[in-house]
Write a protein that binds this ligand. Structure first.
Ligand SMILES: C[S@@+](CC[C@H](N)C(=O)[O-])C[C@H]1O[C@@H](n2cnc3c(N)ncnc32)[C@H](O)[C@@H]1O
Length: 209
C-alpha cells in the first residue's frame, strides 16, 4: 500500500534532465529487479563518480536537493532516535541534513573519491552496496538519495520494522530513478510506503507491511 501526502509548499517540477531512456535509468531498474551486478558495473560507476567527485558538492548539493530529506524527517515518521545508514552517500548530501538529528549515522559509498570530498560528520566506509560490510539487522533506517537500490542487501541490514528512506531529488528526471511503487515492489516481501513531493523531487518511506 502506498499513501501519498500533500506536496510540500516548496515543491516544484524539475527541469527536463534524464528521461526513461537514460542508460543509468535502465541500469537502476535492472539492478532493483534482480539483474546480476558485475565487477565491470562497479568499476564503471566508481570511475565515473571518482571523476565527478571534486565538483559534486558545488553542482549537486544545495537546499532544493535537501528539501525532500528535510520534509521526510518532519512528516515521514522516521526513527529519529535510531541508528542510520546512508548508502551511496557521495559527498555528504544526506549527512549534512541528518547530522545531529539522528542517534547515529554511518555513511558508505563505492567511490573513494566521493567519500574523500564528504565533510567529517559521520564515519565513512568505502563499500559496494551489493555486498554491504554490516551485520544483518544493524540499522533502524537506511537512506538512499539518488542511489541504486540493492533490495536484498537493504532488507538484510535493516532491523525488523526498520525504515527505508528513498529520495530522488529531481523526481522522475533523476538518472538513478525508481518511482515509489516500484521501490515497494522491488523490496523482498510486502512493504507499505508513504510518499510526498518536496523541492524538485520526492521522498518515500517504506516499512514491511
Ligand atoms: C548520483 S550519486 C548521489 C550521491 C549522493 N547521495 C547525493 O545525493 O549527492 C550516486 C552515488 O552512488 C554511489 N554508488 C553507485 N553505485 C554504488 C554501489 N554499487 N555501491 C555503493 N555506492 C554506489 C556513487 O559512487 C555515487 O556517490
Amino acid at each position: 500500500m502506498l499513501t501519498e501526502l500533500a506536496a510540500h509548499d516548496n515543491a516544484s517540477d524539475p527541469e527536463p534532465f534524464a528521461g526513461p531512456d537514460h542508460p543509468i535509468r535502465q541500469l537502476t531498474r535492472a539492478v532493483a529487479f534482480g539483474k546480476e551486478w558485475k565487477p565491470e558495473h562497479a568499476e564503471r560507476m566508481s570511475t565515473l563518480f571518482n571523476e565527478l567527485a571534486p565538483e559534486w558538492s558545488n553542482d549537486h548539493v544545495d537546499a532544493t536537493k535537501a528539501a525532500p530529506v528535510r520534509d521526510a524527517l518532519q512528516r515521514g515518521d522516521v526513527p529519529m532516535a535510531g541508528n542510520w545508514l546512508e548508502v551511496g552517500s557521495g559527498t555528504g548530501a544526506g549527512a549534512r541534513v541528518l547530522d545531529a538529528q539522528v542517534r547515529s549515522l554511518v555513511c558508505t559509498d563505492l567511490s573513494a573519491g566521493m567519500l574523500s570530498h564528504a565533510p567529517d560528520l559521520a564515519p565513512r566506509a568505502q563499500s559496494d552496496a551489493s555486498a554491504l560490510p554490516f551485520a544483518g539487522g544493524a540499522f533502524d533506517a537506511v537512506l538512499l538519495i539518488n542511489m541504486l537500490l540493492f533490495p536484498h542487501e537493504i532488507n538484510r541490514v535493516l532491523r525488523p520494522g526498520g525504515t527505508v528512506l528513498w529520495v530522488n531529488t529531481l523526481g522522475d528526471q533523476t538518472p538513478i530513478h525508481l518511482p515509489p511503487a516500484d521501490v515497494l515492489d522491488a523490496l523482498p516481501g510486502k512493504w507499505a510506503g508513504t510518499t510526498a513531493r518536496a523541492g524538485t523531487g520526492f521522498w518515500l518511506t517504506a516499512r514491511r507491511a
